[in-house]
Design a protein around this ligand. Structure first.
Ligand code: CDP
Length: 281
């Protein structure tokens, strides 16, 4: 970001971007839930050339113990970019950028997890970026919320995330690397789609108020599309799991076929690991 100059034509005379997308188009996206056996919950997101894994453990005893909160769980996220994920080998281990991203993702997730149900515990979220092409914090947050749901952790809703920015004087959705490097603004957004709450919002670069509103509208619309893909990924996993369970076990006598939403608890995604019953409401 920062508007470095380039000979690349970031937007052509037909209004198309370097990868042929229109301004309001997302890169192709694929979400899969429950991809890792050892974690309590997991998800894999491919988004353009980004490849991101998220794994969740917990709620479990909080370490280090001085971080324990007697009234609620804490969400500890660890975002890591693999050395081989970018074109110039990245030095392994944490740096300021990964610490910042871990922090903002933890804070966003704490808004939706019903942390008061698990005092003194920690919910640990690991995000591994295997391949990066701009937008990895949004891909990481999107994957992490599916992984939390896959772990059966009670949440008010999922979080969907997407960035918009300014490229060649135009507001565009979901920047890829060249647009991020040679554009003049990047605004990642994390949304709770059911309530419309914004739980992550950052801005790198400058936008006028009108441009900012346009970027917000583009990202919000995209987040609703991503939300459908997230729910679809969870349904795909649990519908397959359900099909493998004998009907008599999956649906005990006297119980309705589809479970009803809890009164106030919002999205309630139950894990099938223990009892074979599940659903996204
Ligand atoms: O990935 P995201 O857009 O959330 O964060 P960023 O800090 O704006 O980074 C944008 C992109 O720059 C990353 O997705 C990577 O493709 C690239 N990058 C890199 O090549 N080397 C790094 N050490 C960090 C980022």
């Amino acid at each position: 970001m920062g508007g470095a100059t380039t000979n690349l034509k970031l937007i052509d005379e037909n209004g198309l971007r370097i990868d042929g997308r229109r301004a309001d188009e997302l890169r192709p996206m694929k979400i899969e839930a429950g991809v890792l056996k050892r974690a309590d919950g997991s998800a894999y997101v491919e988004w353009g050339e980004n490849k991101v894994l998220a794994a969740v453990y917990g709620p479990r005893e909080c370490h280090p113990r001085h971080l324990q909160n007697p009234t609620r769980a804490i969400v500890q996220c660890n975002y890591n970019m693999a050395s081989f994920s970018v074109s110039d080998r990245k030095k392994p281990g944490p740096d300021r950028r990964s610490q910042e991203i871990s922090k903002i993702i933890s804070e966003a997730l704490e808004h939706v997890v019903l942390t008061h149900l698990f005092p003194r515990t920690s919910i640990d979220v690991y995000i591994e970026v295997l391949q990066a092409n701009a937008g990895t914090r949004c891909a990481g947050l999107t994957a992490a919320s599916v992984a939390l749901a896959d772990a059966g952790i009670p949440m008010r809703d999922l979080i969907a995330a997407c960035a918009s920015g300014k490229v060649a004087d135009k507001i565009v959705l979901d920047l890829r690397n060249e647009e991020d490097n040679f554009g003049t603004a990047d605004v990642p957004l994390g949304l709770v789609p059911r309530t419309g709450e914004i739980v992550l919002l950052q801005m790198d670069g400058d936008l006028s108020i009108e441009e900012f509103k346009t970027a917000l509208t583009l990202s919000t619309d995209a987040c609703h599309r991503i939300y459908e893909m997230q729910k679809d990924a969870l349904r795909r996993k649990y519908c397959i799991a359900q099909a493998e369970i004998p009907a008599s076990v999956a649906q005990p006598m006297g119980e309705p076929a589809a479970s009803q939403p809890a009164a106030d608890e919002g999205t309630n995604v139950n894990n099938s690991n223990d009892n074979g019953q599940q659903g996204v409401q």
